[in-house]
Ligand binder design. Structure first.
Ligand code: PEP
Ligand code: MG
Length: 560
């Protein structure tokens, strides 16, 4: 359901996917129009060189501008601006555009046509590549505006605090936002991992994506945006709205005061850990209150590598992460290549359905050396470190796979675990846990596979919701098996970043929560405010609900 009338006060409430919690009340603004490409008129042959030069100078100007902004930005914003500058100077895209110009197409039309060719290609590749289509179209609009002499497209700076609604936002738009003026963001498109979501999280702006009915709200209309609930209430009572904003500000202050280690209010230890992807992200996580690393996604460190990194090079990288948390828990995941994260040095072949294909641990079947060398590198990194890292494999589907993986880890002196991402493993969690020392639930993939819904799809966001009853039951089975076996069961998917769901997870028997470092304090503070028994009541209430929204409400009232 994407919109509903609240019967009590007959208010229009739109819903989408919650991304960044927080409540904001302000009038709506929409970004400025994107430039329109005029109809194409054939460029005379003699003018084509000059037209191509005009294009290359416009593309260069846009790339330089984005690079300058990248240099002034920080973290994820700097990264995405830098990546977009790279798109504006991409040789293949420039080459395709120039070819069209030399065949007589005006520069602006050539840019538009070349961009659509690449957008088609990216969409077919799916996953992270498909997410770049918005970035590519943003670069197109900037170059077209430059060619037409129009103002740079994007978000104008408002005079007063506003809530920004948009179809989708390009990173170049979001990266420059001022959180004191843009107090909330809602986009019609985009998933929980889109750039809008990443940057809103970094800037701490309450944000909702997949807000399919956003287009029904006109600029200037006052709305109440609740980034935690994923709702936008149109023209609410101003007094009530301001009270809700004040309450959310109080919660934010409590979060800022939170200090680890994580535990419930009655002292049950629940480790709050960070998801990282290299030494830099691990060191920056260590500056926050997290107690260690619950998921080191090693494949993300090698996305741009043409060749497999040597054992020594891998060992040095893994050691950087281990050293960021001396003496603490660090869980390293072996390469989860394939599907939305293809690696150039892994032969993925041609697959009809890569999400269900040879990805993660399944690659070791055809190329055992890749896994052996990675485990050798982890073992080398562990030598002389203050604590031994834990190692886990992604995409395990059977107890036999878990046994083989554990044997390979233990022969190198490593603590062995597996991820619970395939529903089959949750259903057989007792048998799998008998083979390993711990498991960690990857709720992103577990939800995708339980609901048969692509985790990247905006249209299917209601299905890829970890509050779905089927997903909660799979987690319950796993948690129960962990408690019976006396072995740790963590959660390291996005579900662990949702403070309310985190309490439910604890009630389901989860012993550690690993999420983006920026989300950790909110999770720790929420879990720290309730008892273990309250978490169990919340879990029971959520399990009894028949849909995600009802589960959220039931959990919230069980905890209040
Ligand atoms: C998951 O599937 O929940 C998970 C943590 O792995 P990734 O998001 O890297 O696929
Ligand atoms: Mg996964």
């Amino acid at each position: 359901m994407t919109s509903q009338q609240s019967p009590a006060r007959d208010l229009l409430v739109l819903s989408g996917t919650p991304v960044v919690p927080g409540v904001a009340y302000a009038p709506v603004m929409w970004p400025g129009a994107r430039p329109e490409v005029p109809p194409a008129v054939d460029v005379p042959e003699d003018d084509r060189d000059a037209e191509a030069a005009r294009f290359s100078s416009a593309a260069q100007t846009v790339a330089d501008r984005l690079r300058t902004r990248a240099a002034q930005a920080q973290g994820a914003a700097a990264e995405v601006l830098g990546a977009n500058a790279g798109l504006a100077s991409d040789k293949a895209w420039i080459g395709t555009t120039e070819k069209l110009i030399r065949a007589g197409t005006p520069a602006a039309n050539a840019v538009a046509a070349a961009t659509e060719q690449f957008a088609d290609m990216f969409t077919k590749l799916g996953g992270l590549m498909a997410e770049r289509v918005t970035d590519l179209r943003d670069v197109r609009d900037r170059v077209v505006a430059e060619l037409l002499g129009s103002p740079e497209p994007g978000v104008p700076v408002p005079d007063a605090p506003s809530i920004l609604l948009a179809d989708d936002l390009a990173p170049a738009d979001t990266a420059g936002l001022d959180p004191t003026l843009i107090v909330g963001i809602g986009t019609r498109l985009g998933g929980a991992t889109s750039h809008t979501a990443i940057i809103a999280r970094q800037l701490g702006i309450p944000c909702i994506v997949g807000l399919t009915q956003a287009g029904t709200v006109d600029a200037g209309t006052p709305v109440l945006l609740d980034g935690g609930a994923g709702t936008v209430t149109v023209a609410p009572d101003e007094g009530e709205a301001r009270l809700l904003v004040a309450e959310s500000e109080r919660e934010a202050a409590e979060i800022a005061r939170w200090r680890g280690p994580g535990h419930t209010s009655d002292g049950a230890a629940i480790a709050v850990l960070a998801n990282v992807q290299d030494g830099a992200t691990a060191r920056s996580a260590a500056e926050r209150q997290v107690e260690g690393v619950g998921l080191f996604r090693t494949e993300l460190a090698f996305l741009d590598r043409a060749d497999e990194p040597s054992v020594d090079e891998q060992a040095a990288l893994y050691r950087e992460v281990i050293d960021a948390f001396p003496g603490r828990k660090v869980v390293i995941r072996t390469l989860d290549a394939g599907s939305d994260k293809p690696l150039k040095f892994v032969d993925h072949g041609d697959e009809e359905n890569p999400a269900l294909g040879v990805r993660g641990i399944r690659i070791a079947e055809g190329d055992p050396g890749l896994l052996e060398r990675q485990l050798d590198a982890i073992a080398a990194a562990a030598e002389g470190a203050q604590s031994a890292p834990w190692v886990m494999a992604p995409m395990i589907a059977t107890a036999a796979e878990a046994r083989d993986f554990a044997a390979q880890c233990r022969s190198r002196g490593l603590v062995a675990g597996v991820m619970v991402e395939v529903p089959a493993v949750a259903l057989c969690a007792d048998a799998v846990l008998a083979e390993v020392d711990f498991v960690s639930i990857g709720t992103n993939d577990l939800t995708q596979y339980a609901m048969a819904a692509d985790r990247m799809s905006t249209e299917l966001a209601a299905l890829t919701d970890p509050w779905q009853p089927a997903v909660l039951r799979l987690i319950e089975l796993t948690g129960r098996a962990g408690t019976a076996a006396g072995k740790p069961v963590g959660v390291c998917g996005e579900a662990a970043a949702d403070p309310l769901l985190a309490c439910v997870l604890v009630g389901l028997g989860i012993t550690s929560l690993s999420c983006a470092a920026g989300a950790a304090a909110a999770v720790g503070a929420r879990v720290g405010g309730v008892t273990l028994q309250q978490c169990r009541w919340a879990a029971e209430a959520a399990l009894a609900a028949t849909d995600p929204q009802a589960a959220r409400e039931a959990a919230r009232s069980a905890l209040s």
